[in-house]
Design a protein around this ligand. Structure first.
Ligand SMILES: NC(=O)c1ccc[n+]([C@@H]2O[C@H](COP(=O)([O-])OP(=O)(O)OC[C@H]3O[C@@H](n4cnc5c(N)ncnc54)[C@H](O)[C@@H]3O)[C@@H](O)[C@H]2O)c1
Length: 368
């Protein structure tokens, strides 16, 4: 399956393929690159997948250099960014050279930022390797690194020319990196009318078995929904903001746990699931139909619905205070107060400024 969309009149493609085929090689031919490639991959991905892709690139007659790094939050830094820029510089990359990254959201975000900065932009392909990156971060063009303990505080917008989703890779994603992408799928199902919620409710067995046709339909439906929301609002002045549903709280949970525990306790997608519950509760003041639906789907896929399911190993009050502080680092805020996406009814999101700081605390306390 191929999805095509335009940004500023330039074509972008997403391929959903069963096997690692030659689609990437045909696209390299089409973009008229200078055939210099930097191939960046996450060291945790199965060796045989990395080798298969590397061999394909090499056999196509391109001059390919490969570079491995670990895709975790601690590498989403300026140090990694500059190491990628240095590699391109050492290989005498031109604007027509191609950076290809294979990895989850961390590798994707840093690589896209490096691709956008070197000579103000080189060609860029992305092969996502976690569920979060397959259904969310592979499109939309947001790049970023974390700086001064603030998530994505440095970044810009730069869209991969093409994205290649291979079911062969998806089938081998470890369970945690697979299931933690599901909240981003649910998010798109709650924001806009489409087939997503129905598939999630009715096709549990196929999703657990990672059935090709079911996953193709679930992932492409999610990506199409995301495209509708960002395509005409790249810089987030209006409806694209809705895609941040759950993220004001999610980022606070991520930042607070990392700061206090000094480790990556919670995956981004898991935090988004809990964050959406918080934002529904904050906007509706009570558990409503959409809250119950979200909670049911999260539980159906054994995803956390609060921080109670994690081993926090720290005083509850300390964590509450830290999450509360982190909420004020929200990047969507335009005045003094953080903003979030309220959802009182399914398909009817609205951007809201937090009016009553006491109410945030009440919500946080319920989830820690
Ligand atoms: N740009 C965007 O629009 C956007 C959207 C959502 C999330 N993000 C960012 O993405 C990141 C979260 O993404 P993520 O959950 O993919 O994180 P990640 O890239 O850190 O991957 C999670 C873990 O899975 C490992 N991994 C990756 N692929 C694997 C594979 N196939 N097999 C085995 N292990 C594998 C990684 O090494 C890492 O340990 C955050 O930094 C978040 O800010 C960006």
């Amino acid at each position: 399956m191929k999805i095509q969309y335009k940004i500023d009149r330039i074509d972008h493609n997403i391929f959903y393929k069963k096997n690692i085929d030659n689609s990437i090689i045909s696209e390299i031919e089409k973009i008229k690159s200078d055939k210099k490639i930097l191939f960046i991959y996450d060291g945790k991905i199965q060796q045989k997948i990395v080798e298969q892709l590397f061999r394909k690139l090499k056999n196509s007659g391109c001059d390919v250099s490969a570079y491995e790094f670990k895709g975790n939050k601690y590498n989403k830094t300026e140090k990694t960014l500059f190491s990628l820029i240095n590699l391109m510089m050492n290989k005498k990359f031109t604007k027509k050279s191609l950076l290809i990254s294979l990895g989850g959201g961390v590798i994707g975000d840093v690589s896209a930022l490096a691709a956008s900065l070197y000579y103000r932009g080189v060609l860029y392909f992305y092969i996502p390797s976690t569920m979060t990156s397959i259904v969310d971060s592979c499109i939309g063009g947001k790049t970023g690194i974390n700086y001064k303990n603030i998530i994505n505080s440095i970044g810009n917008y730069y869209h991969a020319n093409s994205v290649f989703i291979y079911h062969d890779i998806l089938k081998n994603i470890p369970d945690r990196e697979y299931y933690s992408g599901i909240p981003e799928i649910i998010k798109c199902g709650l924001l806009k009318k489409n087939k997503i919620i129905n598939i999630l409710l009715k096709s549990k067995d196929q999703i657990i078995k990672r059935d090709y046709k079911t996953l193709e339909s679930l992932c492409t439906e999610t990506l199409k929904t995301k495209i509708i929301l960002f395509k005409n609002d790249i810089y987030e002045n209006g409806i694209r903001l809705h895609l941040n549903f759950g993220h004001t709280f999610a980022h606070s949970f991520e930042m607070a746990t990392e700061k206090l525990l000094n480790k990556e306790l919670i995956r981004h997608g898991e935090a988004v699931g809990i964050g959406m519950l918080c934002e529904i509760l904050l906007s509706s003041k009570k558990k409503n139909k959409v809250y119950n639906l979200l909670e049911k789907i999260l539980k159906q896929y054994s995803l956390p619905t609060s921080l109670h399911q994690y081993d926090l190993n720290i005083s509850k009050q300390k964590m509450i205070d830290q999450v509360y502080k982190a909420i004020f680092l929200d990047k969507k805020k335009i005045n003094k107060l953080p903003r979030y996406i309220g959802l009182k009814t399914i398909y009817k999101p609205h951007i809201k400024e937090i009016e009553n700081t006491g109410e945030i605390l009440e919500v946080i306390k319920k989830f820690i």
